[in-house]
Design a protein around this ligand. Structure first.
Ligand code: ZN
Length: 69
């Protein structure tokens, strides 16, 4: 049986961090590169960082393929 998950932060609903995630401006565009194996990691801090920075983008992939998606 799987737990119900928050669609935004991907944490279990009972541990959703969305209300605590800031919405920070940044003059610098931030691109976060995440290995596919880390997507389902319990902490998933790359996703949290991308959600907290307005000018950020999360790219998931391996090596050169990460830029082709
Ligand atoms: Zn959430």
């Amino acid at each position: 049986m799987s737990r119900i998950q928050c669609e935004r932060c991907l944490r279990p609903r009972s541990h959703c961090l969305c209300p605590s995630i800031p919405s920070l401006d940044s003059r610098t565009r931030v691109v976060l590169l995440q290995h596919p194996d880390e997507v389902r990691h319990a902490l998933n801090t790359a996703r949290l960082a991308a959600l907290g920075l307005r000018n950020a983008q999360l790219r998931v992939g391996r090596c050169s393929k990460i830029w082709q998606s």
